[in-house]
Design a protein around this ligand. Structure first.
Ligand code: V47
Ligand code: SF4
Length: 410
């Protein structure tokens, strides 16, 4: 690419006219065909997805992803006010990437926790009177946390605070507790819905392809089972999220295969709300010898996800895992959701080596992070209903000088 071609990229990005890319003589015909499809709102193929991972520069995929992001969501960047409950960090499974759980026998007493129902309800009560809209419940898998336990727990949360959205457990837990209770997925998901679960978070997806899944998460539910449980949930009229754990031993085609399976299910049900790429963090787990992906790769991955998953409304960055700076940058590479305030209630990523050892942001801090990269902060509930548009909301401290505000990167 020479200097003039750089101008074309810049002009395409600044004017949002991506047809300028088609005039770039240094771009291959294959990349131009992809740009044309994005302009025409057409879906890219599996092979084109792999091709983008192999040949798409950050500038190229970023320009396309930002175009799609703005076509779908404009400058709006969503967040919510939430907290997590992690019932236990003990687990019967032994996923190789997991720093959060060890085999029970290896865990020293000092590191371990396994909350009682009362402990967990006390966490819920702590938020009485506070404007949180969601509790995200996910943790290790242990026999005592069975179907009746979770049914009772969800019911008690709802009795206490009916308006609090319960986003709880993944197919990893559901597969285990339904098997133990000898109920089918269909029966089990109905019982969970009746007990008060409102939506499913996206965890446990890892990489669906068996070639990889068998090496990193051999003993828990497989990719087909994960997808089937979400499908049944969607058929009950409910919504869920999807994640992908990337940047370890998988190859490009495994990432695209993962997204392809999600895209196909989404065509069928329309029940997914957001896709959340999760960067593999390498501290304190059995895959510590694997180097972490670079920030450039993280941004490319967000962008290609945005391009590939044309039937997903939202792409989310999870700041406790990726760090605040990359999370801010990602808003120019296809991402339109920043998750929530979290209030230091998750340990998963701190234990895996994230910079965020005590993840918590005030609403003002989160709003500020979004504004400072030129986007509009919108507080949403879990189902993406607008709770409050913070675009013009002034905080007392806004009158003080707190650094320069930036224009959008792209
Ligand atoms: O499934 C575990 C991942 C997930 C590591 O739906 C790791 O809104 C990186 O799914 N390095 C759980 N990742 C978290 C999750 C999630 C988070 C935020 C929002 C939502 C949502 C869902 O954490 C697990 C696994 O893929 N994980 N260990 C690690 N070392
Ligand atoms: Fe258990 Fe989940 Fe960790 Fe796997 S990732 S060991 S299922 S807590």
């Amino acid at each position: 690419m020479d200097g003039n071609d750089h101008h074309l990229f810049l002009r395409a990005a600044m004017t949002k006219d991506i047809s300028l890319l088609l005039q770039d003589p240094s771009l291959s015909a294959a990349l131009k065909a992809i740009a044309q499809k994005v302009m025409d709102n057409k879906r890219i193929s599996f092979d084109e997805g792999v091709f983008l991972f192999e040949h798409g520069t950050l500038a190229f995929v970023g320009t396309l992803a930002n175009f799609i992001r703005e076509r779908k969501n404009g400058d709006r960047t969503f967040f919510n006010r939430n907290f997590h409950i992690e019932p236990t960090n003990l687990c019967v499974y032994d996923c190789k990437f997991c720093s959060y759980s060890r085999l029970i026998k290896q865990r020293s007493d000092a590191d371990a926790w396994a909350f009682t129902m009362e402990d967990m309800l006390n966490i819920v009560y702590k938020y009485d009177g506070q404007p949180v809209t969601e509790v995200h419940i996910v943790g290790g898998v242990l026999p005592q946390y069975d179907l009746p336990f979770y049914q009772e727990f969800f019911k008690k949360i709802k009795q206490h605070r009916p308006d609090l959205h319960v986003k709880a457990l993944t197919p990893v837990e559901y597969h285990y507790i339904f098997k133990k209770a000898k109920v089918s997925y269909e029966e089990g998901m109905k019982l969970i819905k009746e007990a008060g679960c409102d939506s499913l978070p996206g965890g446990g997806a890892e990489i669906f392809h068996p070639e990889i899944r068998e090496q990193i998460a051999a003993d828990k539910c497989d990719g087909d089972q994960w997808l089937r449980i979400h499908e049944i949930w969607h058929e009950l009229g409910m919504r869920s999220n999807a994640t992908m754990l990337y940047g370890h031993i998988e190859r490009w085609e495994h990432r695209v295969d993962h997204m392809e399976r999600l895209r196909q299910l989404q065509d069928k049900t329309g029940g997914f709300q957001t896709f959340i790429p999760l960067k593999f963090r390498n501290q304190e787990n059995q895959m510590s010898h694997i180097a972490e992906s670079t920030a450039i790769e993280d941004l490319r991955n967000y962008a290609i996800s945005r391009i590939y998953l044309d039937n997903f409304d939202h792409i989310k960055t999870y700041w406790p895992m990726i760090g605040r700076t990359t999370a801010q940058l990602s808003l120019a590479f296809g991402v339109d959701d920043m998750d929530g305030t979290i209030d230091d209630t998750t340990k998963i990523y701190a234990m895996a080596g994230s910079e965020e050892q005590h993840p918590a942001l005030t609403t003002q801090q989160l709003v500020d992070m979004i504004r400072r990269v030129g986007r509009r902060p919108i507080e949403r509930d879990t189902l993406y209903n607008v709770v409050q548009d913070f675009t013009d909301v002034e905080f007392a401290e806004d009158k003080e000088f707190r650094g320069y505000f930036e224009l959008p990167v792209l």
